[in-house]
Design a protein around this ligand. Structure first.
Ligand code: SAM
Length: 291
């Protein structure tokens, strides 16, 4: 028997029957607009013969549409309470597999190699907004060759991800993601498409991942740390931001690093482009080894 998860009364009844409430701490805002759910499911992969990784299936609304369209779906859900409900709503979808786990702790490479059989895989998710950036970074750093990543995020985050690096709307996330690919806004989603309705506007974005990264920093972790340090002190000169962010470096060392990277010490680091961040972190590295 199929369960209509687009009827808000039905959704609330199901939650009550299973003794559940919408958990704010897990970012539980469930989609109930059929047109939007189907549009997301349609756009997330180019062919039906591939596997989909879903993060946070909730009560299974998007999962059902994905299972209808694609070979198989693996859905990772943190909330133990939702598992019996998901078993019920997905009982007719033998190609949908639910994994109860915190996605941030999951070994995505092992999941892809052992469960998905190294199949062609795309990501599709209505993400919990409280951990959007950590989840996206986890996906990108996993090295799983995702064909595409299509996710619902808060509109403000979507705007940052799509902003040019070094521009006035950029942030640390802008630079992080520009290293892996290009983000594109696919769909604006009004808040009344969810139950309960979130207080913020939402967007579906697509990340087009590069086969070859645009820069090759010597130490990737240091490259990421340099970006974070600069944006934590974005109103300060780059010299002061580095002194605060790398306490193991003294002022003369920072001055030398900047000279070697060809960057004016009074420059605002938030205006650096991606090659600028890579050049800077490459010059910082040897000084940290000495410190
Ligand atoms: N996909 C459903 C939908 O569109 O209706 C639910 C989306 S809801 C915005 C986010 C979902 O992610 C919730 O089911 C929540 O419990 C789950 N979630 C939150 N944190 C998570 C984590 N760390 N790992 C896995 N799932 C998580």
């Amino acid at each position: 028997m199929e369960h209509d998860l687009y009827d808000i009364r039905n959704v609330k009844n199901l939650m009550t029957t299973f003794g559940l409430s919408f958990r704010k701490e897990f970012g539980q805002n469930f989609l109930t607009d059929k047109e939007i759910v189907c549009a997301i499911a349609d756009m997330c992969a180019s062919t039906s013969d591939q596997t989909i990784l879903e993060i946070g299936p909730g009560i299974g609304t998007l999962t059902q549409e994905l299972a209808r369209r694609y070979k198989s779906v693996y859905a990772i859900e943190i909330d133990k309470g939702l598992i019996p409900l998901l078993r019920y709503t997905l009982e007719d979808f033998k190609n949908a597999h639910v994994i109860q786990q915190d996605v941030l702790k999951a070994d995505l490479m092992a999941l892809w190699e052992q469960e998905m059989g190294r199949d062609r895989v795309s990501v599709c998710a209505n993400l919990p907004y409280y951990i959007t950036t950590p989840i996206l970074l986890k996906l990108l750093k996993s090295e799983v060759p995702f064909e595409s990543v299509t996710v619902m995020v808060q509109k403000e985050v979507a705007d940052r991800l799509c902003a040019p690096v070094g521009g006035k709307d950029s942030g640390a996330v802008t630079a992080y993601f520009a290293y892996y690919g290009r983000a594109e806004i696919m769909l604006d989603v009004p808040s009344d498409s969810f139950v309960p309705a979130p207080k913020v506007d939402s967007c579906v974005i697509r990340l087009h991942l590069y086969e070859k990264k645009p820069v090759v920093p010597t130490d990737e972790d240091l490259f990421f740390k340099t970006i974070r340090v600069i944006f934590e002190q974005r109103r300060k000169t780059i010299q002061n931001a580095l002194i605060l962010g790398f306490p193991e470096l003294d002022k003369p060392a920072v001055a030398e690093i900047l000279e070697r990277a060809g960057i004016d010490p009074l420059f605002r680091g938030e205006k650096l482009d991606l090659p600028g961040f890579a050049r800077l972190s490459d010059k910082i590295g040897p000084y940290l080894e000495k410190a």
